[in-house]
Ligand binder design. Sequence first.
Ligand SMILES: Nc1nc2c([nH]c(=O)n2[C@H]2C[C@H](O)[C@@H](COP(=O)(O)OP(=O)(O)OP(=O)(O)O)O2)c(=O)[nH]1
Ligand SMILES: [Mg+2]
Length: 308
Amino acid sequence: MAKIDVAIGVVRDRAGRVLISKRKSDTHQGGLWEFPGGKIEQSENDEQALNRELFEELNIRVINSSPLIKINFSYPDLIVQLHVREVYGFDGEVFGREGQRFKWVALHELSDYEFPAANKPILTAIKLEQHYAIIGGNNTREILLELDNVWKQGVGLIQIRAKELCAADAEEALEVVRGKCKELNMTYLINSQMPVKRYLDEGVHLTSADLKLLNQRPQSSGYVAASCHNLQELYKAEQMALDFAVLSPVMPTSSHPEAKALGWQQFKEWVTKVNIPVFALGGISRQDFKKALACGAQGVSGISLYKG
Ligand SMILES: Nc1nc2c([nH]c(=O)n2[C@H]2C[C@H](O)[C@@H](COP(=O)(O)OP(=O)(O)OP(=O)(O)O)O2)c(=O)[nH]1
Ligand SMILES: [Mg+2]
């Protein structure tokens, strides 16, 4: 079957709305909405192709972009590899040069539009944050302090991982933390090893051991994510239709001195093979953020990353 490589851009305006356009009805996946872009030509890399396509289709000049996610998808008639890039700035006024319809759409309205089937992980990646902080502590007060610390740094997505607590203390702490997250408008996932009852609309973060045990995505209308340490676990997370994964340890880390660090090259290679957003975890410092994005990460995750 034919296979094509496609460069796709996520272009946002100042209000955070995303640009989508309507595919002409006589094309592959015609009539559906898309993120602008097109086929990568032989002489081009994905960045060059995106810059050319966005000028040809929308009359804008990309200033800067970095990889968001790569997707391999088989339609009945065509295999596509989508190289999706986040556009960090552009010059010019958007104008549909090919007579196509286009629209700026708020993130919460994207679900009102029908996209090609391959686009599902793009929609997740667009809405997901670039920082995923892990917070814990030995009591409610310590957990709240960590929560407050990451919130002050602008982090809106957290994993609550306070495994040291007994069931009664964990329940009590979580009740308080839930309220605080709601007040601060933060999204939380509860580590699957925490001895607590979860509500169905709450996110859950599976440890790699729990990922191994399960064969189905746990019931939750929130995010379901997993800790992965190898390609097999990433594939399993993808197969179970989890929303995202965390791959570690990328760099040597004092919290897991026994684990061998993957290094960025290995990280990049594995992340490229799965169609779900992946955060980089383990020995990451603030200076590594750009590197992580360049290696295809959704963003970075950590404990000490947000301390000090
Ligand atoms: N641009 C774009 N293409 C997508 C998306 N999702 C998706 O599955 N595709 C598929 C549909 C097409 O098979 C392929 C894009 O090819 P295209 O026909 O738009 O390429 P192009 O802009 O270079 O068009 P042309 O010059 O060949 O007319 O990727 C998406 O969000 N945006
Ligand atoms: Mg196109």
